[in-house]
Design a protein around this ligand. Sequence first.
Ligand SMILES: Nc1ncnc2c1ncn2[C@@H]1O[C@H](COP(=O)(O)OP(=O)(O)O)[C@@H](O)[C@H]1O
Ligand SMILES: [Mg+2]
Length: 257
Amino acid sequence: MSITPPNIILHAADVHKNFGGLRALSDIDLQVEEGKTHAIIGPNGAGKSTLLNVIIGRIPPSSGAVIFDGTVLTGKAPYEINQLGISRVFQTPEIFPDLPVLHNVMAPAFARRDGAFRVNMLRSVGSEHEIREEAEAILDDIGLHGRREHHAGSLSRGDKRRLELAMCLIQRPRLLLLDEPTAGMSRHDTNTTIELLRKIKSSGMTKVIIEHDMHVVFSLADRISVLAQGRIIASGLPQEIKEDPRVQEAYLGGGVE
Ligand SMILES: Nc1ncnc2c1ncn2[C@@H]1O[C@H](COP(=O)(O)OP(=O)(O)O)[C@@H](O)[C@H]1O
Ligand SMILES: [Mg+2]
């Protein structure tokens, strides 16, 4: 197994995943540098969501390991991995539809204060008043403050995804994983989300983002890894990836995702 360099906060080392006879992931070595935004792109069916699910503990790898800040995640339950400071925005938003938007954002902060996040508490969290203020500030950032009293279930698909992002942000994760955060959004909403993700970027939070929208990828990513048929065929700076003939070739066969 390869050695993890010190500035690497997340390392998927020699990860393989088979679904029966299908090799969904082979020889994966993904290294994510602390504080960076690392994008994973690749054609449909390349294994991107599988890799994310392996990282968050939803799918056990067939072999290999995932290491986060020196801790081996492999074998831990998803909630334990979340407690270590890893949050994921799902492809399908997981919200409380019958609660007001504001309360949806406050709920994970209470969980953090009251114990669910105690393993890696990044700071002490105070009163309900403070949590409400923080939730309102995040809602303001994502452009949902005006709808804070609406039931979350009444939001549009794009707004639900932003709400879920807000629910992750209030947890102040060290690593945020995003699976196609702008899927189903209008161009305007996509741009608002890019702006928000830029703000998060300057906060120093490490992000892994799966994205099919090249505009989003090239506006945000510090590094890009390209998955094709379960293998990482290229990893590098955005400019290097753009010019890589292997990447262009991989995209000629399947559609660009
Ligand atoms: N739970 C599963 N059982 C069997 N095959 C799966 C499962 N999840 C994904 N696959 C297969 O693994 C491959 C990679 O899928 P996925 O990770 O969803 O790709 P991507 O997110 O890049 O589109 C696909 O061929 C898909 O059909
Ligand atoms: Mg996917």
